[in-house]
Design a protein around this ligand. Structure first.
Ligand SMILES: NC(=O)c1ccc[n+]([C@@H]2O[C@H](COP(=O)([O-])OP(=O)(O)OC[C@H]3O[C@@H](n4cnc5c(N)ncnc54)[C@H](OP(=O)(O)O)[C@@H]3O)[C@@H](O)[C@H]2O)c1
Length: 284
């Protein structure tokens, strides 16, 4: 039985992922931000699955303190190790908002916290030669890389900020592979799930954005139809790692910006510095 951490399990792709891996007999540790939704999810999941395999934790990624507390609890409860971490939670707010930690919300929720979780759970994943899978998007190809404006605050636009965080998901994945795939056997992948019928574009207040999202996803696939790619990346013994970006269980070409190792290294170093983590100390 594999032990898998999944973030953003209260809706959309994350919920479908939690159900998929429970149906495959795995033990799943789900994380999400909303206590009420987590409680109703618990009730729903326990109708079909043993309580020993269902673990749910609350952490609002816009609050670093909460995330760190949850990670400490997970590290204490599962010292034997983890087989996979799926960084899936993300947000698309319709206007600029800063978190209590002083970061632009999407930068923190979609990139900084997944990076923190990957680094904090690194030792547990290393114990089982685990995998870190992060949900990125083809939208990353629209993003620029500007180290002087990493949070995309200049001429702010929510979609530009979202696209950049999806680029960072990919850059961080490549950096993890460069540094740790051969050395400790830990592999990292990013996934483009395709166009999926979820409510991510409707959770802000702007009516126009909501309408565009509904139109955009009118013919999109339901979440349970896209989770097999994650299944492939968890179960396949030797998936190709030269291109660690997958769609429909196949490697997919990514943007030239992500091919540039200067960008990959700069993003990794700046992220570690913002998180006040020394990778040489933490990830040996
Ligand atoms: N849908 C698509 O077409 C599409 C395409 C490409 C990539 N993606 C990516 O797929 C992933 C999943 O998105 P989705 O479409 O399934 O959207 P979704 O249904 O909105 O799911 C997002 C999950 O993240 C959680 N979340 C949001 N803000 C959070 C926070 N501050 N702290 C902790 N958890 C938080 C949500 O919680 P709540 O339930 O409380 O909102 C939800 O569980 C994202 O990484 C997204 O960027 C989606």
């Amino acid at each position: 039985m594999k032990r898998i951490v999944i973030t953003g399990v209260t809706s959309g792709i994350g919920k479908a992922l939690m159900e998929y891996f429970l149906e495959h007999g795995e033990e799943v540790i789900g994380i999400a931000r909303d206590s009420k939704k987590l409680e109703s999810l618990r009730v729903e999941l326990l109708e079909d699955h043993d309580k020993e395999r269902v673990h749910l934790y609350k952490a609002d990624f816009a609050k670093m303190r909460e995330v760190k507390e949850t990670l400490a609890a997970i590290e204490k409860t599962f010292p034997e190790g983890l087989d996979a971490l799926i960084n899936n939670a993300a947000v698309f707010p319709h206007k600029k908002r800063m978190t209590e930690d002083g970061f632009e919300t999407q930068f923190q929720v979609n990139h900084l916290v997944p990076a923190l979780i990957s680094l904090e759970l690194f030792q547990l994943l290393k114990k089982r030669q685990g995998r870190i899978i992060t949900t990125s998007s083809e939208l990353h190809k629209k993003a620029k890389f500007d180290l002087d404006d990493l949070q995309a605050l200049k001429r702010y636009h929510p979609l530009r900020s979202y696209a950049r965080t999806k680029l960072y998901n990919l850059l961080f994945t490549i950096a993890l592979n460069d540094r740790y795939a051969e050395r400790v056997g830990l592999k990292a992948f990013a996934v483009h799930p395709g166009k999926v019928k979820t409510r991510i574009g409707e959770k802000g207040k702007r009516r126009s954005y909501k309408a565009v999202w509904r139109w955009f996803t009118k013919k999109a696939l339901p979440p349970h139809r896209v989770v097999f790619t994650y299944g492939f990346l968890v179960y396949e013994k030797d998936p190709k790692t030269i291109i660690p970006y997958f769609h429909k269980a196949q490697p997919l070409r990514y943007s030239d910006i992500a091919l540039n190792r200067d960008n990959v290294n700069a993003l990794f170093d700046e992220t570690a510095s913002l998180l006040k983590i020394d990778p040489n100390e933490k990830l040996t």
